[in-house]
Design a protein around this ligand. Sequence first.
Ligand code: ZN
Length: 305
Amino acid sequence: MRKFELTVLGCGAAAPTPYFLTTSQLVNIHDHLILIDCGEGCQLTLRKKRLKFQRIKYVLISHMHADHVLGLPGLLASMNLLGRKSVIEVYGPQELESFVKTVWDKTGTHIDFEVNFHIVDSEIPTEIIKTGSYVVKAFPTKHRVKTCGFRIEELSGAWNIKPYAKEKFNLSYHEINQLKRGENVVRKEGVEVKPSEWCVAPYPNRSYVFAADTAFTPKVVEASKGATLLYHEATFMESEKEIAKKTMHSTAADAGKAAKEAKVSKLIIGHFSNRYRDLEGLLNEAKAVFENTYLAADGDSISID
Ligand SMILES: [Zn+2]
């Protein structure tokens, strides 16, 4: 199976602490590296884990709150210092480009490689990246400022034709392509070649959803439908429900509810408030609603399958 892995670079909310940095993660899909959000100091986790961050191709930024963007001007500056030449594609809110460029301008930072900014302004789920083997969609969440989550999904692989089927049916080029797409081949003389009998099915598509900062919302449930892995924020416990509501964040129980309603396979909770030293309470609250739940931790890598 091809590589599809999440590495958590920062799983805290608001400000870095000795226990965790703010939100940032690295997704490796088929050996393409995608950085999601870029909290302050995320380059420290990238370096400690010896991740090949010069290979990051895409950066996805969910919203303009400090704990999700402060690391970006610095990370790109470090890439430049270390001799990066290849282009990087950055997707995020409209204000992102001027924020990053202002920091560079005021600090005399010159960037020698191409940084392309793309505005993500999605009211509905929108495809923002498509390669030969996966797609990335942005979808709106429910937060105090305009915020997008991201869904990274593999595209269907081709059906594999069993070797003896080609000879047995003397398949034409056109028929081979039909079977690879999973379509039945029907010939004039009534012979039918079915992929279910003569091919090996492709692996099911795996998907990863990063739900960003959000209060509980059906929009996130819809965008997370059937995901292999959902990363949902769980900033607070139910005892802080009122603060969660006011700041438009989720409780751990809310995260469990989203995972349950979306019927995902696995849930990881993160974006923890600094008030919790012991995260077991958050985990237990989410698990009470959705059993297959895990706590995020800085530096952890999780295979998405
Ligand atoms: Zn936020």
